[in-house]
Design a protein around this ligand. Structure first.
Ligand SMILES: [Zn+2]
Length: 571
């Protein structure tokens, strides 16, 4: 995934701040990575979606009617303005792409010593992008085009309008203060985490929360500030729907996790031991080959916190290797493959416009989790891939054992990025509740550690022994990122919903997966999700792909069935 962050610093040990470039006033730069926010990508969405329906193709007759009604511009004038507007939009996106690749370089290959120069380069690019997004000429063109174009053109106008307004409403000095505060916060957070001492970070966090509240107020003083912040990551799904989903997970997952905890079943772990990085790397490369990664438009590198970044012409993935856990590298790689496959599925001919850009974090994370969980954690996948594991790692095992190893549930785990498919969402619920209350002013910063620990105990039955394994574990808040966490869970819900819809259209996919025939699934995802870019709002895209709104039903059914069987639970 990726996250917004106001820093351009480097050397960070977490993707939220490391090498992220962004356009400050938007506060939206994305990285796609498995464990925390990562790479940068600008996405646009309109502040007030005019329609929840998919946008129709541009129709010439409709265009003429609208022009006559508006009485302002001839269709030739509209075309001319639109061409100028599109050129501006493309230049803006090209610069965003350059920022992203500088961020990749910073996190993957740049020597540490390059930091001061890179920070200045990133900041200069950010400033130019910010100016391009807020300038009066763009505003005038948006005014002229709104209502005068339709179909795909209207979708581009809608997305740029949203980005423009969000950026223009935030004063430059607030942008600068946020950038600076978050740049300064990173080392403070890092030291506090190393010392397991929230007290060292408290004042810094207070400052960041205050600045984020100011930012939300600048964008819209009349709305819930947390709802405004969430829209940096998920612009179109109403917060009430997001919260209802998280509340449902909070209610329905604990009984399942408790039943697993009470189960006598002990899942296999055939990969105990340590494994060479070279062997692990050849294994994950084979996984990427198997899934159909396009090496002509991609590459694999290592990063402390795996992420993915790029365009439809060049979508790169990273992974990490831990000697005693080859499944971590494999899972991370498959997750990032999912992000990259989305990026590669965006239409080539729309590169540089919102139609050739990813929709938002929910959609992005649905793609990574679909491949990671619904493919990579399935029994058919392990029937296919077990020989590769045996070859590369020099072990003798069987598909069922690896399937079990990939699906063990750890109900005593304190760390989000190490969590399994089920307990993961309770980690998200906890963070959502705390950040929401902080931003709404319902929770004092000083109370965060105690509330965190109490809720961990309430939701998962374990209590952190110190702040490092408690409220200091993630970098998001130090990166001034509030409202990002919920998209992780929404992405998982949507992954299950999309997989079910794909199986409705294509028939059961078990045989395809076991046979390594991934094209039908890839093509279904491209056709129903990737190729649309930002043409539709998120709810409209979900509806057109699955026939219904975003729901947790499919994830909960999948979870109960899969883990019920694995752990031999009743019903
Ligand atoms: Zn991700």
């Amino acid at each position: 995934m990726w996250s917004p962050s106001f820093t351009t610093t480097t050397g960070a040990d977490d993707p939220a701040t490391a090498g992220t470039n962004h356009v400050p006033a938007m506060g939206v730069t994305h990285q796609y990575h498995r464990v925390s926010p990562g790479v940068s990508r600008i996405h646009n969405g309109s502040l007030t979606p005019s329609s929840e329906e998919p946008v129709a193709h541009t129709g010439t007759s409709g265009l003429i009617v609208l022009v006559v009604l508006s009485g302002c511009m001839s269709s030739q004038q509209v075309d001319n303005t639109y061409e100028r507007f599109l050129d501006h939009v493309k230049q803006y996106h090209y610069l965003s792409g350059a920022s992203m690749m500088l961020g990749w370089d910073q996190r993957v290959t740049m020597p540490e010593g390059g930091t001061p120069a890179r920070a200045k380069q990133a900041s200069a690019l950010s400033a130019v992008q910010h100016d391009m997004l807020t300038d009066g000429d763009l505003a005038a063109m948006l005014d002229d085009l709104e209502g005068a174009v339709e179909g795909e053109r209207a979708a581009i106008v809608r997305e740029m309008r949203r980005s423009h307004e969000r950026a223009a409403r935030v004063p430059d000095d607030l942008v600068e203060r946020l950038t600076e505060a978050s740049a300064n916060a990173h080392p403070v957070w890092k030291q506090a985490k190393a010392d397991a001492d929230f007290g060292q970070f408290e004042e810094t966090l207070r400052e960041i929360v205050d600045l984020r509240r100011e930012y939300a107020e600048a964008i819209d003083p009349d709305r819930d500030p947390y709802a405004v912040l969430v829209e940096d990551y998920e612009p179109y799904i109403p917060l009430s729907d997001i919260e209802a989903t998280l509340e449902r997970l909070r209610e329905e997952l604990p009984p399942l996790i408790d039943a697993i905890g009470d189960s006598d079943v002990e899942l296999a772990n055939p990969l105990e031991g340590t494994y060479d990085q070279d062997d692990q790397e050849s294994l994950v490369r084979e996984a990427l080959d198997t899934l159909g990664y396009d090496w002509d438009r991609g590459r694999l590198d290592t990063a402390a916190h795996p992420f993915s970044v790029g365009t439809q012409f060049d979508a790169r993935v990273t992974t990490r290797f831990s000697p005693d856990d080859p499944l971590d590298a494999l899972g991370s790689t498959i997750h990032e493959f999912g992000h990259a496959s989305y990026t590669l599925g965006l239409p080539d001919n729309e590169y540089g416009t919102p139609l050739g850009s990813d929709r938002d974090m929910t959609i992005h994370e649905s793609q990574s989790r679909l491949w990671e969980n619904h493919v990579g954690r399935s029994l058919p996948f392990w029937r296919l891939f077990t020989p590769a594991v045996e070859d590369h790692l020099g072990v003798e095992t069987e598909p069922r054992a690896l399937y079990e190893a990939a699906n063990r549930v750890y109900d005593d785990n304190l760390i989000r990025v190490e969590a399994d498919e089920l307990t993961y969402h309770l980690h998200i619920v906890l963070r959502w509740e705390i950040e929401r209350d902080l931003i709404r002013g319902d929770l004092a910063v000083s109370e965060v550690p105690a509330v965190w620990n109490d809720r961990m105990e309430e939701y998962l039955g374990v209590r952190p022994e110190n702040d490092a394994e408690g409220c200091l574990q993630d970098t998001h808040w130090a990166g001034a990122s509030f409202g990002y966490f919920p998209t992780y869970s929404l992405g998982s819900m949507l992954a299950a919903q999309l997989f079910a819809a794909a199986e409705r259209d294509l028939g059961p996919l078990d045989d395809d997966i076991e046979n390594g025939a991934f094209d039908p699934l890839s093509e279904w995802l491209t056709e129903n999700i990737h190729q649309h870019g930002c043409r539709y709002t998120t709810p409209a895209l979900v509806e057109s792909a699955t026939g219904e709104g975003l729901t947790a039903d499919y994830f909960l059914d999948y979870a109960r069935e899969k883990y019920g069987r694995l752990y031999d639970l009743e019903n």
